[in-house]
Write a new protein. Structure first.
Length: 107
């Protein structure tokens, strides 16, 4: 028994397992299939195509990918900042060691 999900109750909530967003072949673009068994609020909620229902998900996915690309671009800069910080710390430790050595030799 192959049960397909509906827009309100999808078969799975995992986006990777859902069908890809492509135009339906049995309905013209921008139309919705009329269902005469629904009434009231349910009908107004269903008066949208599957593609329209998936627009927020597609926007969220695009936003997530953009944030990942932005993070990838910022990583080298963060590494450079950390390397400079460690270099300054090492230089301070080296100066302290030299000063301590000079003080030991002077006494």
């Amino acid at each position: 028994m192959n049960i397909t999900g509906t827009i309100d109750r999808p078969l799975t909530h995992d986006p990777k397992k859902q069908a890809p967003m492509k135009p339906s072949t049995n309905e013209p673009a921008g139309s919705a299939i009329e269902d005469t068994t629904m009434t009231g609020a349910t009908r107004s909620r269903q008066n949208r195509t599957r593609e329209m229902q998936l627009i927020p998900e597609a926007l969220a996915r695009a936003h997530m990918h953009e944030r990942l690309r932005e993070a990838e671009r910022e990583r080298p800069a963060a590494r450079l900042v950390a390397a400079r910080r460690m270099q300054r710390r090492a230089e301070r430790a080296s100066r302290r060691a030299r000063r301590a050595l000079a003080m030991a030799v002077m006494q």
